[in-house]
Design a binder for this molecule. Structure first.
Ligand code: SAH
Length: 367
């Protein structure tokens, strides 16, 4: 059986625990809350103090215990010794002319990951990273060329949200409305970290499951695991080619989970969730934009309730010979899908001037 969770070739070893202190951002499991209640009881403090901390973490997006000004001052350093708020240091912030804000965060061990705030009129979307680097080596993706560094812990994923929420409130005066796992890394190759972070974003910060999209190259065991979860998180699948040979050239993962197996998993997912699935298709000039491929894509998706996002390729230095498909080719591809009843939209790249667009993360800082 290939479709089992034991299949862990792409689930790299979990990151270290981040020191002995429990991380509050990893969620309020019963154990953690008990420890917090215990912490206050030992010091003769009432149990409602635990609730106060909780409010600071989830409602106020506190980055330090010193901020928790309704707690007795001597308790704040004691809390900091007993628990961690998973500090992230912003190494670099870039603001695009189109309003996009990219952060490069330094983690406690010096690893660096990026997240991007993308405002539109109706939405403020946060694109966050699930791994430092990536092992999947998609040929069109900048992160793929850096290789895999390590997994992010759940709290490190959630900390990107917390710190971005602060920026959103302070600079943009609005909350984050949507989260997409489309930054660095492959979310479903870090199931522990990602599922823990989904629980905290949904249960802790109160973000609706339908406002959270997990994007994957198509790791079948992870898709099935997500399918079994009760919350209706959104799923996006990076497809980029509707035929085996071509997809194999672009995405080595096609060898491990070829299209028929991937689509079987997507049908299973849809059976559980009854939700539309997004298919991501990056259009590279002369590589995967032929009109016949739009037809093949429509055939492949037959029977699946899906929506195709067409993304003009964002150039990366590792592939100087590749460029985005010209507008006419994109139009033709889109029309080909529409003619066959497949809903689709062309996505405008955002934050291109600050290398914040899809697949470009980590370029400007280490390229
Ligand atoms: N590993 C996950 C999430 C990260 S990539 C995944 O592959 O889905 C987020 C999206 O950006 C994916 O759809 C990916 O295929 C796309 N992408 C990567 N590099 C790109 C590039 N250079 N231009 C346009 N889209 C790109």
């Amino acid at each position: 059986m290939r479709n089992t969770l034991e299949d862990s070739r792409f689930s790299n070893t979990p990151a270290s625990s981040g020191g002995a202190r429990p991380e509050l951002l990893a969620g309020w499991g019963a154990t953690l809350r008990q420890r917090l209640v215990g912490f206050f009881a030992e010091r003769g403090e009432p149990a409602y103090r635990a609730r106060q901390v909780e409010q600071w973490v989830w409602k106020r997006a506190a980055r330090s215990f010193e901020e928790m000004t309704n707690l007795p001052a001597p308790l704040r350093p004691a809390l900091a010794e007993a628990f961690s708020l998973t500090p992230l240091e912003p190494d670099y912030v870039a603001r695009s002319r189109d309003g996009t804000i990219k952060h490069l965060w330094r983690l406690e061990d010096g690893e660096r990951v990026e997240s991007v705030l993308i405002p539109t009129r109706e939405r403020l979307t946060l694109c966050l990273s699930s791994q430092a680097g990536c092992a999947l080596a998609c040929r069109f993706c900048a992160t793929g060329y850096f290789g895999f560094r390590r997994q992010l812990r759940a709290a490190e994923i959630v900390a990107q949200y917390r710190d971005s929420l602060r920026v959103a409130r302070e600079e943009l005066g609005r909350p984050i409305s949507n989260v997409v796992y489309m930054g660095m890394g492959e979310p479903l190759a870090n199931l522990d970290g990602v599922i823990g972070s989904l629980a905290a974003l949904h249960g802790g910060f109160g973000l609706g499951a339908r406002r959270i999209t997990v994007s994957t190259v198509g790791l079948v065991p992870g898709i099935l695991e997500l399918a079994r979860r009760p919350e209706p998180f959104e799923l996006a699948v990076s497809l980029h080619a509707p035929a085996h040979e071509l997809r194999l050239e672009l995405m080595p993962i096609e060898k491990r989970y070829p299209l028929p197996e991937l689509f079987e998993a997507l049908r299973t997912y849809q059976g559980y969730k009854n939700r539309r699935i997004s298919l991501e298709y990056t259009l590279i000039r002369g590589v995967n934009d032929a009109p016949a491929l739009a037809e093949a894509l429509a055939d492949l998706a037959h029977g699946l309730i899906c929506f195709v996002n067409l993304i003009p390729f964002n150039p990366i230095p590792a592939r100087p010979e590749w460029g985005p498909s010209p507008p006419a080719a994109i139009e033709r591809f889109s029309a080909g899908l529409t003619a066959r009843g497949v809903g689709n939209a062309v996505r405008r790249p955002r934050g291109r001037d600050i290398a914040a667009a899809c697949g470009q993360l980590r370029l400007s800082t280490e390229g």
